[in-house]
Design a protein around this ligand. Structure first.
Ligand code: ZN
Length: 187
């Protein structure tokens, strides 16, 4: 229902049959918007209180609309599906095109087992660096084990944190040494 309203709101379709003109728009005393838009207002609870007190008829109408939305389980899902499809056609494209902002690289060391240290590298993927390649590169560079341990996390066997401050910007020009953060020892 809200979708239809939004559409009419954006595209003026001329006089509608069955509507008396001029249209009497009821404005909410709380948020100043036409009452249909109250639910978009952050203080909707206050709006509801105002409506209930000042225009109980309208309040009942809005309440009934709402309840229909909720109880019509299937149709609500359909509505949400529709919304998804709409965003897919519109904003979603912009989203996927938008590049991920590099988030910086974070380095930790962590002691595992008795005295075994590992170095954890987080954030390479945000530079669109292939983690598999990076992990292989580290393994070769440090002659040690290296593996992808999470979505954007590589664990290198041994404490190589200090070396990484030089090696990362050297290997990947996109990484600035200042983007690398030493996060210390992970518990
Ligand atoms: Zn309001």
């Amino acid at each position: 229902m809200a979708e239809v309203d939004a559409k009419n709101f954006l595209e003026y379709c001329g006089p509608q049959p069955g509507v008396k003109y001029p249209i009497q728009v009821l404005y909410c005393g709380e948020c100043g918007l036409p009452v249909e838009y109250c639910e978009n207002y952050p203080n909707y609870e206050k709006c509801k209180a105002w409506l209930e007190k000042n225009v109980p008829d309208e309040f009942e109408k809005l309440k009934v609309d709402k309840e229909e939305d909720v109880s019509g389980g299937d149709s609500k899902e359909e509505g949400e599906e529709k919304k998804k499809r709409q965003t897919r056609g519109g904003k979603a494209i912009m989203k996927t095109k938008k590049k991920i902002e590099p988030q910086g690289v974070k380095l930790w060391t962590q002691t595992r087992g008795k005295k075994k240290k590992v170095t954890i590298v987080v954030g390479l993927a945000s530079y669109e660096i292939d983690l598999k390649e990076a992990s292989k590169f580290f393994a070769g560079k440090f002659s040690c084990g290296s593996s992808i341990s999470a979505e954007d996390e590589i664990v290198i066997q041994g404490d190589v944190k200090d070396d990484l401050f030089d090696i990362l910007p050297e290997k990947w020009k996109i990484i600035d040494e200042d983007d690398i953060e030493d996060c210390g020892e992970k518990k």
